[in-house]
Write a protein that binds this ligand. Sequence first.
Ligand code: PEP
Ligand code: MN
Length: 344
Amino acid sequence: MIIVMKQKATLADLSRVIRTLEERGFHPRPSHGATGTVIGVMDAAGDDLTDVALLPGVDQITPVSSKFKLVSRDFQSAPTVVNVGDVEIGGDEFVVMAGPCAVETRDQYLTTARHVAKSGGHILRGGAFKPRTSPYSFQGLGEEGLQIMAEARQETGLPIVTEVVSPSAVPLVARYADIMQIGARNMQNYALLEAVGEQRKPVLLKRGLMSTIEELLLAAEYLMSNGNNQVMLCERGIRTFERSTRNTLDLSAVPVIRESSHLPVIVDPSHAVGHVAYVADMARAAVAAGADGIMVETHPQPSMALSDGPQSLDFPAFVDLMESMRPIAEAVGRRMKVVGDRSD
Ligand code: PEP
Ligand code: MN
């Protein structure tokens, strides 16, 4: 159930409604939006709330019929804007998260971070704990990788996003990361979703390789129902019968999610297509489709990368992409900052 408070409801009205619900054993979750306050009572599905409806300040009580609730537009009609340092994700500006697949060396990472910052990127990506398909592939530098990312943040001023692969690693990754990433392979790792949900840190939740949009939204519901409302969703391609690309980028997920959820949507064209030749086109298509940002892999020497080299943009290609996205962003009502000197 969702309780919509009147615009002129006072704080005392709100407290009284919450107290009444708690006395009845429910777990109310107030949410303050631009158009007023609503209270989600997800454990009151079929209950009679007539007593609550009569309290001062209550405008109306509506049942939420969709399977997902807190992530739903029924619960919150205004888009969620996630603030990470100075960066707003889900606001007017189109946001670019970029960096190598994995942190390999201090030099490789800092060089990339400087280039991303200079080219107008907003957030630095990088994997310190890598969920690799083969146990024999490079697994990441672990905490040393996180330390290198923290140094890059210090130098460039850009926030960092990095993946956490297990519940036990959540406290460690949370100490370093500005945004905690849950990877495609872990989208339905419910213990991990609960552990990250308990953090008060922004989360980037990637769509599973074989997951429907509804399953993605239900995974986000785990994060939100555990108290974390700074959630961003990421479309990164799904597995289909098509083999010319690594996965099939489901760009229609962007408008579909935006219709049913208030959460920001990011597109990762790198993991979606898997070949550098297609990445920029799909990034531009993501801007046009209405995404709030992209996450893209870039590396100083893609041919030498320890992971995902074939899908990583070199630096000139990254600069070209940044420049080519701006007019598209503007055409769909978004801003992208103009960066002065991009020469290397
Ligand atoms: C990544 O972004 O580093 C990554 C491993 O992506 P995905 O989880 O989408 O495969
Ligand atoms: Mn990668």
